[in-house]
Design a protein. Structure first.
Length: 271
């Protein structure tokens, strides 16, 4: 079965959801991710929950191009998380036909974080959505082991772990630890590249992840070996933001380069 590719919102953060759908169509991707909630207070996002005209435009563009929405960003589980506040978000996700929610963990109380994750999974299940916890070294879910504990404690059928190549390389987890993630918890994965070793500071790690990643093959991450550990049929979200190169080259050119580089790497896995 051929790989299914999606363009993550960070590939072109200034692009609205209908523009992301069109970008995916123009570059031969089957799907796109959309950022409906901010990753930081005041961060750029596109709240389709409160914008009926843009929602209609997005749905029309999807119908016209055949491109789907793969994942919704970014739902952060903090100390005050209440799943009931996100029902409209989930409803819109279902209208878009989205499959997954990208989840970040910010609560230092791991038991409460697992309970919040379970509550989110329960709320998302009727809408056909999975909740995929992304481990990131500067969050309260810093590595593979923490993600395994939280998703395991929640024990929900639509719970999963999102593997981002950059975070695997930066969080201290080994490739062998990826083998401990149950296959049914792996719904999609993100590809990019970066220098190895990475930045030494938290600020540097965050800036690199959000603003300056490298095309697959340009950095030092063992991408072929990494993706050989994951199921060969999961969708691949291409997430290569570059605040310097993407605007200069143009987002379509940058996306095409990222897609070509990703395909070149993944062909080497034989998966």
């Amino acid at each position: 079965m051929p790989r299914s590719y999606s363009l993550a919102q960070l590939m072109a953060l200034p692009f609205s959801p209908p523009q992301m759908v069109q970008l995916a169509a123009d570059t031969g991707c089957a799907s796109a991710g959309v950022r409906l909630l901010p990753t930081t207070p005041g961060g750029l996002h596109y709240p389709l929950m409160d914008d009926p005209p843009m929602l209609r435009e997005t749905l029309a563009c999807m119908a016209g191009t055949g491109v789907r929405v793969l994942d919704l960003e970014v739902l952060r589980l903090n100390t005050r998380f209440d799943a009931g506040r996100y029902l409209r978000f989930l409803e819109i996700g279902a209208r878009l036909g989205a499959r997954h929610i990208l989840v970040a963990g910010d609560d230092p109380d791991e038991a409460r974080l697992a309970a919040s994750f379970a509550a989110l999974c329960d709320a998302a299940q009727p809408f056909g959505l999975t909740a995929d916890l992304e481990f990131m070294p500067w969050t309260q879910v810093p590595d593979v082991r923490a993600a395994l504990r939280i998703v395991g404690a929640a024990n929900r059928p639509n719970g999963g772990i999102l593997v981002d190549a950059l975070h695997v390389a930066r969080c201290g987890s080994s490739l062998d630890e990826l083998d401990t993630i149950p296959a049914n918890w792996l719904h999609y994965a993100q590809i990019c590249d970066g220098p190895v070793p990475g930045p030494a500071s938290v600020e540097g790690l965050i800036h690199a992840a959000r603003c300056e990643r490298l095309l697959p093959g340009e950095g030092g991450i063992a991408l072929a070996a990494l993706f050989a550990r994951l199921p060969g049929d999961i969708p691949i979200s291409i997430e290569v933001p570059s605040d310097t190169r993407a605007p200069r080259l143009g987002y379509r050119t940058w996306a095409r380069q990222a897609i070509e580089a990703s395909r070149s790497i993944l062909e080497k896995t034989g998966r």
